[in-house]
Design a protein around this ligand. Structure first.
Ligand SMILES: Nc1ncnc2c1ncn2[C@@H]1O[C@H](COP(=O)(O)OP(=O)(O)OP(=O)(O)O)[C@@H](O)[C@H]1O
Ligand SMILES: [Mg+2]
Length: 446
């Protein structure tokens, strides 16, 4: 393989490194740029097999296989470069191979870094979207009773209005369910839904969660600062659960945000404008808290323009049976088997007061289903506290002890006979195991 002198002149003056080897992998040519990039001098490599001088080289593979290798990254000392390797063909035969080395410059490195960062941002964005989605829609809210139907219809209307909302109701009445559904039933449904429980943070932590902070805002502040939930919720909904637990000072800052529609990060100078709908929830009586100077009246009026009060379960009893069916269905689907509940249990559950509301009902059904052997829920499977209420209301009758003892005896004898058999020999063993005479056993069997 000869390299023409004018071709050689051209190759010698290229900025990219060039190495040419023949079909025996013998290096026939390198240009000065090759030496500049790899630090390999011509005398150490020319006319020698590449496999000896550069054992890690991939060009021999390219020459052997006829397949090109492009964009292979390499590094010598501080110099990074990218190698493109292609076979040299003549009349359909491989007569050698050529490597072209492109030194990686700063712009290339920056481009790579930029690509990486863009990818990271993309990943974070998709993750954010999947986390910050409201889970429930109005269709998930079971309501049959007139009272709860009214509540739900009001919430559907308010959802569309887009105003701030205050949801009140006892624990377990479904406030969170409503908050999600209101977001999903509003024009903001494609925007973020960010939920924060005000009771889980102390006041300074809650402030930095909500508003974010600039780098160095306080000792312990993260490098690069932190974006606040208001900013994250921009274009969507911020759900402030248990808002009664927000301290008085922070309430004033929240009010300011609602008036100005801007926030300032802690330690920050600029105002950031935001467009966020607030849904607040509480199981406490805020009016009473206002009287006690624990909740700001002005803030209350800002968020409670359209209050939604979810009635306790005991005031909408017609929801009880549909909810039981709903929760039983969920369990049946999970277990892939049928599950039943007796009429007297239904009656007890209907008459119970449900201080823990729907959450308590849900837990009760799950508890009772777990207590059964055969997924037929009977009175005995109910939590003791509900049974006690049933007894007081005369829905469950306590049995005379004599009857209880008789039932227990029958059960035990049945078990023993099942074990030892219904023969004369078996019965002897049964009597012995139960600590009675054979005559007594026969008596009882009658
Ligand atoms: N109408 C309903 N239909 C179906 N499930 C409901 C309904 N209301 C509440 N639930 C269910 O009951 C449970 C309690 O509801 P949720 O968490 O929304 O109550 P909450 O009012 O936020 O309670 P807390 O004040 O204790 O935070 C959840 O599992 C919820 O899915
Ligand atoms: Mg809740």
């Amino acid at each position: 393989m000869n390299i023409n002198s004018w071709v050689k002149i051209i190759l010698d003056s290229l900025y990219d490194g060039v190495l040419i080897a023949d079909s025996d992998y013998i290096v026939r040519y390198i240009n000065p740029a090759y030496t500049r990039i790899t630090q390999v001098e011509a005398e150490h490599i020319l006319e020698k097999p590449l496999t000896d001088t550069r054992p890690g080289a991939r060009l021999p593979y390219v020459i052997k296989s006829g397949k090109q290798l492009l964009g292979v990254p390499r590094k010598v000392g501080n110099v990074e470069y990218i190698v493109n390797m292609v076979p040299i063909m003549e009349n359909g035969e491989i007569i050698g191979g050529i490597s072209i080395l492109n030194e990686v410059n700063d712009i290339y490195k920056l481009t790579e870094q930029l690509k990486q960062s863009t990818m990271t941002i993309k990943k974070l964005e998709t993750r954010m979207k999947s986390i910050e989605k409201a889970k429930y829609v109005f269709g998930d809210i079971i309501s049959v009773d007139k009272k709860s139907l009214d509540t739900k219809n009001l919430a559907i209307k308010i959802a569309e209005k887009g105003t701030n909302v205050l949801i009140t109701g006892e624990s377990g009445t479904g406030k969170e369910l409503y908050a999600h559904s209101i977001h999903n039933g509003s024009k903001r449904q494609d925007g973020p839904f960010i939920a924060v429980n005000c009771a889980t943070f102390d006041s300074s932590l809650l402030e930095s969660e909500l508003f974010g902070y600039e780098e160095g805002a306080f000792t312990g502040a993260k490098k690069g600062g932190k974006i606040g939930l208001f900013e994250l919720a921009n274009g969507g909904t911020l759900f402030l659960d248990e808002i009664s637990e927000m301290n008085y000072g922070l309430q004033a800052k929240l009010l300011r945000v609602l008036q100005e529609n801007t926030i300032r990060r802690i330690g920050g100078l600029s105002e950031i404008s935001i467009d966020v709908r607030i849904i607040a929830a509480t199981n406490r009586n805020l009016e009473k808290m206002i009287e006690e100077n624990k909740f700001r009246r002005d803030l209350f009026y800002r968020i409670a323009i359209f209050p939604i009060n979810i009635p306790p379960l005991r005031e909408r009893k017609e929801d009880i049976k549909p909810l039981i069916d709903y929760f039983m269905n969920q369990i049946a689907n999970e277990l892939k088997r049928s599950i039943n509940i007796s009429e007297d249990v239904l009656k007890i559950l209907y008459n119970y007061e449900w201080p823990g509301n729907i959450r308590e009902l849900k837990n009760t059904i799950e508890f009772a289903a777990n207590m059964t052997d055969d997924y037929n829920i009977r009175v005995d499977h109910l939590p003791k506290i509900i049974q006690a209420e049933g007894i007081k209301k005369n829905l469950i009758k306590l049995k005379p002890l004599e009857e209880v003892a008789k039932e227990a005896e029958i059960a035990e004898i049945k078990k023993a006979i099942y074990t030892y058999g219904d023969t004369v020999e078996g019965k002897k063993k049964v009597a012995k195991a139960l600590g009675i005479s054979l005559a007594t056993l026969y008596n009882k069997l009658k």
